[in-house]
Design a binder for this molecule. Structure first.
Ligand code: PLP
Ligand code: TYF
Length: 394
């Protein structure tokens, strides 16, 4: 039967990883996949995570199964991290998942099973795995305008105009912070307006939060998620630990389903457990255990938060440097948005041809839509990138 298979569409970002590796040029620059890199180009194991690994190793006496929902300590620690004061255990069902992607997949299946006719609204553009997973599950999907390519900012009027078409029971997917791929984010006032609109429409809010702590800080980055959690009766939250704990390959994430008064939380929990079971039974435990060990011990948590703050500030420094270089070299403020963007990514607004030129002539790799990973830069490569951009035709 395998002879009937046809090549599947490639994930452009993962494809780019292979192309970069195959490029023999020593001075090549990787601004592709969203992985944090220090100025030496390394993706370090965070200090607190390394210590947690030692503690887990010393304390762990068994590798027996934990449970379908994963470790309760991890789920509780993540609910507190993401929701803060807005966390209401009586409304919250949650399962550990293989990364944030696993949480997105389980959320999508829950939506398909519970509200088969609902349309999922996504920002245009969004992380390509969002539409890919929904399409794979045959879930109706549509997009709302989000990004103004001329200013590099959120086109909020267009977003709200499109969301006016949301029907009762539809699902609206939002990036909790650090929008991927654009880097452009909602202001607090805009979050308030979105929360009101979703409430008025009777829509389900679905938040994907994969970069908490990478934008304006751990608390500030959770503002929108917490607001929606407080204001709306039902909310789905898919949170990833890959980036902010640097545990990418461990596959640690969590899906939280916040239900309305009158809904039996245990029934929601049972359904999430079942979705875990029919997909992979028990979720991975090791990464989740590293995360809860960090979050539940005062010393490790403080050290983790401090290192995350350094990571965040180093990206902000690179943003400022790149925006200033480009301002100087192009004699215009058309790239100032880079300094205003938050998170790992900025979409530069270059054409596919310009992206190809940067790759061919300068060994600078960015995603075809001109998304750059800011953390792929360092103080030395920022001027190299800026000069290459300034030299582009058109
Ligand atoms: N959501 C967004 C927007 C992302 O950029 C990522 C990135 O990796 C994820 C979810 C999930 O990541 P992971 O499955 O590696 O935890
Ligand atoms: O957008 C990124 O680069 C990260 C990493 O299928 C990633 O979110 C990219 C593609 C993918 C899974 C993760």
């Amino acid at each position: 039967m395998f002879e009937t298979l046809t090549p599947p569409p490639a994930d452009k970002i993962i494809e780019l990883m292979a192309q970069f590796r195959a490029d023999p040029r020593e001075d090549k620059i990787d601004l592709g996949v969203g992985v944090y890199k220090d100025p030496e180009g390394r993706t370090p194991v965070m200090r607190a995570v390394r210590t947690a690994a030692t503690r887990v190793w010393e304390a762990e006496t068994t590798k027996a199964y934990v449970g379908l929902a994963g470790d309760a300590a991890f789920n509780a620690a993540m609910a507190k991290l993401v929701l803060g004061e807005a966390h209401d255990p009586a409304r919250t069902a949650s399962v550990a998942t293989p990364g944030g992607t696993g949480a997105i997949r389980i959320a999508a299946e829950l939506i398909r099973n519970t509200a088969p006719g609902a349309t999922v609204w996504m920002s245009d553009p969004t992380w390509p795995n969002h539409p890919a997973i929904l399409k794979y599950l045959d879930i109706p999907q549509t997009s709302y305008r989000y990004f103004d390519t001329t200013t590099g900012e959120v086109d909020f009027d267009a977003m709200m105009a499109d969301l006016a078409g949301v029907q009762r029971g539809d699902v609206v997917l939002l990036h909790g912070c650090c929008h991927n791929p654009t880097g452009a984010n909602l202001t607090a006032d805009q979050w308030l307006a979105v929360a009101d609109l979703l409430g008025d429409k009777g829509a389900l809010a679905w938040i994907d939060i994969a970069y908490q702590g990478f934008g304006d800080g751990l608390e500030a980055d959770a503002f929108g998620t917490r607001l929606l959690a407080k204001q709306l009766p039902e909310v789905l939250i898919a949170a990833s630990c890959s980036k902010n704990f640097g545990v990418y390959r461990e596959r640690a994430g969590v899906l939280m389903a916040l239900s309305a008064k009158g809904t039996d939380r245990d029934v929601v929990q049972g359904n999430l457990n079942t979705l875990n079971r029919v997909n992979y039974s028990f979720p991975p435990d090791h990464g989740a255990r590293l995360v809860s060990t960090v979050l539940d011990s005062d010393d490790l948590r403080a050290d983790w938060a401090a290192e995350l703050e350094d990571v965040r500030n180093s990206m902000l420094g690179l943003r400022t440097q790149l925006a200033e270089e480009l301002r100087r070299l192009t004699n215009s403020d058309c790239y100032d948005f880079i300094a205003r963007h938050r998170g790992m990514f900025s979409r530069l607004g270059l054409t596919p041809e310009q992206v190809a030129t940067l790759r061919k002539e300068h060994g600078i790799y960015m995603v075809g839509d001109s998304r750059i990973n800011i953390a792929g830069l360092n103080a030395q490569s920022v001027p190299v990138l800026a000069r290459a951009i300034a030299a582009l035709d058109g």
